[in-house]
Design a protein around this ligand. Structure first.
Ligand code: WT7
Length: 691
């Protein structure tokens, strides 16, 4: 049995702290703005009105459920899992417990032996429950007057047609399919079609370059690639098919050729006549998919059969194929969605994330659809035609739950309140944030201006690897603190450990780990189980290591402090510094590069040039192009800092700590530089700051 006492103790102490959510009901008196003395201690209470209708309406209710989830995880999760459709019941024990590498290989399993299908549970099950004519997807195009929608029944028809086609081209259970699509309805349709036939989808964000796409194709060897010819984002047209063509040529050179490239004709962006075509390999979606029957038998799979692969950055150059399986992921994404957003069947839900990232998997596609929700898919850019687009969409569809990233909140905040206040936003009732810590001033703006001081904010901490929310407010239960992700979700036992891997209690800060198994956890890194164990389970034996720093305050609230490894988070997207560095040094004039993330600023690259090469504006641009080409535009450095020398230890290790301080202009916090091989490079770098 796990030792859960310490954790429960500090959560329990919270149960008495807020003196019941009902007592203080006037949020506006709590949230006053920037002039508050100690922002970390401000509590923002959900209103009586909100709490009284909430699924979890008080800290006490949360605690009761949380306690059970920790003390009897098998019972807790089995009860929830029973509300889904299973062709056969799972085996006992319900899950495998070991997270300790010193006790044997990590082999996480949940509901093993249970036979189900996530597409069936998301579509057929909801239709059978009478929701066939409810809207599943509202699609809002790049241009404000272009839209479409699909009911649950219509969505099922489309999914079945594509699933039948995939079967026809010999995609079988366990085969990989790469999806490289922008935010069209065809993207979730393609994911669900794969799931229906037991194929493993791997969505590649359509902002990745041909080289990145090819790297992923070579790694997972898909039976088919699903894409579209082009997309419009804001005023720009991006020719996606050209990127796919280049990626497929590159993959063939590396020994992996793909037989089928199913291409959706995205007419508003580009006509088919303008699209380059390879006969025999390329197939127009519109020509073939509608010819297939609208029903398709489900492939029943084991709970532990793979559902999808999603590549994410690690601290080395090679992206990791995070593998999620079916049963646990299904139960976990659906349950976290329901509670963290206090979901009700009447909600209209909009998550601004792209399905190319985990947020789009768990909280655009699977979590919401498993709950029978109406989901908005937005093709365009949040500042097109102007900075009020998000709030126009909120009013147009009467969005009730709005989930986004701090980077978008900050950018819309900079654009001015008038874009927000010109819209009503009356429909909103819950807001959400994800991707990086949300700074208290952005939190307040989101809360006061966007949500009219009425809507709780769920600041959800989680990762590609965790599958779903790990630490998150339940909006009706807890008083919030701006910038804190608050408390663990049901069944999650987060701990903070010190350098030596010893758990620390009470008010503390250290490395964030998880002590127990939860259903949504990833099961391996595709083709590299050893890297999985080394990266996540060896740093602190006995625990899953998140890679994040975290502190816990006297009330037990969790405050995420950012990555402690060489991974940076920009605009809610994860990028490995090593990947950007390798793209930079691929430029023949770049000898060495060191990349750091700077809070709210993005990617900051220090570059050392080849002996004798002068630094110039032209070279700066070329270096940025190198990164765009190798990874994608979203990974392009925001700043290139010319570094004739880099701060290194005598053993040659770059001291990023110092680079981070220089990049964020915290020059009085450089710390000890005496261990550097050549301390004078630091002054030189500071001098060159504004080059
Ligand atoms: C990393 C995971 C999970 C979906 C989006 C990113 C950071 C994520 C929060 C939050 C503070 C956060 C962490 C984490 N992160 N959400 N609410 N507060 N930090 O997924 O690409 O797998 O990145 O994003 O650093 O480790 P991802």
């Amino acid at each position: 049995k796990m030792n859960t006492c310490n954790h429960l103790r500090h959560v329990e102490s919270m149960a008495t702290l807020p003196s019941g959510a009902g007592k203080i009901s006037h949020l506006n008196s709590v949230i006053l703005g920037e002039d508050l003395a100690s922002e970390e201690n401000d509590l923002v209470f959900p209103s009586n009105h909100f709490s009284s209708q909430a699924l979890v309406s008080s800290p006490e209710k949360y605690l009761e459920m949380y306690k059970r989830s920790i003390e009897d995880p098998a019972g807790f999760w089995s009860d929830i899992a029973s509300t889904f459709y299973w062709k056969h019941q799972w085996n006992q024990p319900v899950f495998s417990e070991n997270l300790d590498v010193t006790k044997g290989t990590i082999n996480i399993e949940w509901f093993k032996g249970g036979i189900t299908n996530i597409c069936y549970n998301a579509l057929d099950r909801n239709i059978d429950a009478g929701n066939g004519s409810k809207i599943a997807l509202y699609w809002e195009g790049n241009e404000p007057d272009v839209d479409a929608s699909l009911s649950y029944s219509q969505l099922l028809d489309k999914v079945c047609q594509l699933a039948n086609y995939l079967k026809d081209i010999d995609v079988k259970k366990g085969d990989a399919v790469i999806i490289y699509l922008p935010m069209l309805m065809e993207l979730p349709i393609a994911m669900l079609a794969c799931a229906r036939i037991g194929a493993v989808h791997s969505v590649v964000f359509a902002g990745f370059s041909a080289e990145s796409l090819s790297q992923r194709i070579v790694d997972c060897k898909p039976k088919a690639v699903i894409t579209c010819n082009a997309v419009r984002r804001g005023p720009k047209v991006i020719n996606l098919k050209e990127i796919v063509d280049a990626a497929l040529v590159e993959s063939t050179k590396n020994g992996v050729s793909v037989d089928v490239c199913l291409t959706y004709e995205n007419q508003s962006a580009m006509k088919r006549e303008a699209t380059k075509w390879q006969e025999g390999r390329d197939v127009w979606w519109q020509d073939i998919i509608p010819t297939y029957p609208t029903t398709c038998e489900v492939e029943w799979v084991d709970a532990e059969d793979p559902l999808f692969l999603l590549y994410t950055s690690g601290s080395t150059g090679k992206p990791k194929g995070v593998l999620h399986t079916t049963g646990g992921y299904m139960v976990y994404t659906a349950t976290t969605f329901k509670y963290a957003f206090d979901y009700k069947p009447s909600d209209i839900y909009w998550c601004t994330a792209d399905c190319g990232w985990i947020t789009g998997h768990s909280y655009v596609t699977y979590g919401p659809l498993l709950n029978g929700a109406s989901v908005i898919i937005f093709e365009g850019a949040p500042n097109y035609p102007d900075s009020g687009r998000c709030w126009d969409i909120v009013d147009k569809y009467k969005v009730t739950i709005f989930y986004t990233a701090p980077t978008l909140v900050r950018s819309l905040m900079r654009d001015g309140d008038e874009y927000v206040t010109r819209c009503s936003r009356k429909s909103l009732r819950v807001l959400g944030s994800v991707g990086e810590p949300i700074n208290p001033s952005a939190w307040r703006w989101f809360f006061n201006v966007v949500g009219d001081s009425r809507c709780p904010i769920s600041d959800t901490w989680w990762q590609t690897e965790t599958g779903g929310f790990m630490i998150t407010p339940l909006p009706g239960a807890w008083p919030q603190k701006p910038g804190s992700a608050t408390f663990p979700f049901f069944g999650v036992l987060p701990v903070i450990v010190d350098e030596k891997g010893t758990e620390i209690e009470g008010e503390c800060s250290g490395y964030l780990c998880v002590k127990n198994s939860w259903p949504g956890a990833f099961r391996t890194l595709y083709g590299d189980h050893e890297r999985y164990e080394t990266t996540y389970f060896k740093p602190f034996p006995g625990y899953y290591f998140s890679g994040d720093g975290c502190s816990r305050d006297k009330d037990g609230y969790h405050w995420l402090t950012g990555r402690v490894d060489d991974v940076i988070n920009v605009s809610g997207h994860r990028i490995g510094t090593a990947e950007v560095e390798s793209a930079l040094v691929s430029h023949p004039k770049c000898a060495e590069a060191a990349v750091v993330g700077v809070e709210h600023e993005g990617i900051y690259a220090f570059v050392t040039l080849v002996e004798g090469v002068p630094y110039s504006e032209e070279l700066r641009k070329e270096l940025i192009v190198a990164v765009r080409k190798q990874i994608g535009a979203f990974a392009a450095p925001d700043k290139i800092h010319w570094a004739p020398g880099l701060p290194k230890t005598r053993s040659g290790k770059i001291m990023r700590r110092i680079l981070r301080k220089i990049a964020s202009k915290q020059l009085d916090e450089l710390g000890d530089t005496s261990t550097l091989a050549d301390p004078s490079v630091v002054d030189q770098l500071i001098e060159l700051s504004d080059c």
